[in-house]
Design a protein around this ligand. Sequence first.
Ligand SMILES: Cc1ncc(C[n+]2csc(CCOP(=O)(O)OP(=O)(O)O)c2C)c(N)n1
Ligand SMILES: [Mg+2]
Length: 276
Amino acid sequence: MHKEAFLTNEQLVALKEKAKKNRLLSLEGIYAAKSGHPGGSLSIAEIVTYLYFAEMNVSADNPTDPCRDRFVLSKGHAAPALYAALAQKGFFPEEEMKTLRRVGSMLQGHPASLKTPGVDMSTGSLGQGLSTACGMAIAAKGNYNVFAIVGDGELQEGQIWEAVMLSNHLKLSNLYVFVDYNKVQLSGPTDEISEVLDLVKKFEAFGWNTEEIDGHDFEAIEGAMTSAKAKVGPTAIICHTVKGKGVSFMEGSAKWHGNAPNAEQYAAACAEIEAN
Ligand SMILES: Cc1ncc(C[n+]2csc(CCOP(=O)(O)OP(=O)(O)O)c2C)c(N)n1
Ligand SMILES: [Mg+2]
């Protein structure tokens, strides 16, 4: 496991607060909508928080800046975590989270770039987002970096590996892919459905640089990004995560892949996140 500390203690504390808020906002939206995907949203809270608050060159003042860094949430069902980060970043008011999944809302169930300020790519059909990220990285011509998050279950889609193959062939050094390796997909443990085996070996066999980290550890994410930036070619950051992270009764369970909490469960979840 890669781990190096570059963040100051102050920055680390601030990022942890942002991730906590990210989880609360995701759950607020899902609870209000009475539907959505809490498990896969909670598992990427640290990754999206790091990208939007410590890495990416993006600004709510100029959301369509042609030179901004791009983000593709290839596992689009985790939209609440992306919306929460964008709200925290000032792309729209946090209050909007309560309109999640409503007809006419800017916050649809899956990311829609024509509806939501700050969303670079519409996603939701698993397997496709990485191809679009690859295309964006080609189009960047050195002007920006592209970041994508893919799910471990999503890696079962063949199109993922087409994009992986081409990204190496084109030596896309500006492409960084975070694998949210939470070991659970929609209906159960990923390895019981179609095992992913050794992801580091897999990506390396396709010519990629790899990092393997705890995806809930900001210093590890920082260390992986620093090492990735020094290398030529695309990088896959294999992030060991916990589906439903932060809410004990949701952790590691496929039951909370696509279920909203009831009032009692919502209160318990918020209390636990707040207390952490
Ligand atoms: C092409 C396609 N097939 C099926 C689905 C339905 N679906 C949504 S999430 C999901 C499971 C994804 O698992 P994983 O990538 O591990 O996501 P996470 O654990 O991060 O929620 C499935 C099958 C979809 N969105 N797209
Ligand atoms: Mg998963």
